[in-house]
Design a binder for this molecule. Sequence first.
Ligand code: FE2
Ligand code: FE2
Length: 270
Amino acid sequence: MRIANSFQVLAEACLFQPAIEAKLEATRAAELALASGALVPAAVTDPRPAARVQFPECPALVEPRHLPRRSLTSPAGRVAFLHAVAHIEFTAILLAWDMAYRFAGLPEAFTRDWVGVACEEARHFEAVRSRLRQLGADYGELPAHRGLWELAEQTAGDVLHRLAMVPRFMEARGLDVTPGMIDKLQAVGDAESVAVLELILREEVGHVALGSRWFDYVARQRGLEPEAAYFQLIARYLHGDVRGPFNRTARLQAGFSESELQRLETLGAA
Ligand SMILES: [Fe+2]
Ligand SMILES: [Fe+2]
């Protein structure tokens, strides 16, 4: 059965209502319906503004300086760390859906790819949330970083900008910092959390790789040289605030070129 407008309905059910469970259900429903052929990605002609995307009532979204400390050696610090990761993964569900939903004029494969990413992000979120629950906590109990949606709003008008700044900047930064987190969790003997972060790291390489592939596609379609376009966007949105060190192996797997890495390292060292 094919439901009229079902793609838009599911995307909006995830993005524009606040309940966590309903967002997760819409994401699961999209995965099943895409796999069975019941759902065909269709362009949305009148996407609602990215600024209207809804987050749940909890966690409270605050400035980073108001977040709890997260030294991984104490149980409370580990909970604070995992809560921050849960919030990143939760926001990533919305970022992937918004990518699939907002931008017209792209092939159906683009939409399928980003709905697929949304499904993986939902699984990442649920894995971190289960680990929090094992530790006697839950997502929503602590405050969370309010800034993670900002780049989505700033880049809502142009898919090339969104691809550069979300998968090829924010998610790529995750590839750089996650191995260090895994090492710290290993050092304190938290094998369960290590397993969750290892799963996330593996799959995030795929998300960044999709970002690279589609960035390249859109840039070339516009007659732009992808690397030059990428660094122009980095300069525009980050004002030079590029930080290393970079996970070269993961970034190369995820479609960064050697030359891009060298330029990033030069910027990161400045
Ligand atoms: Fe993720
Ligand atoms: Fe991701």
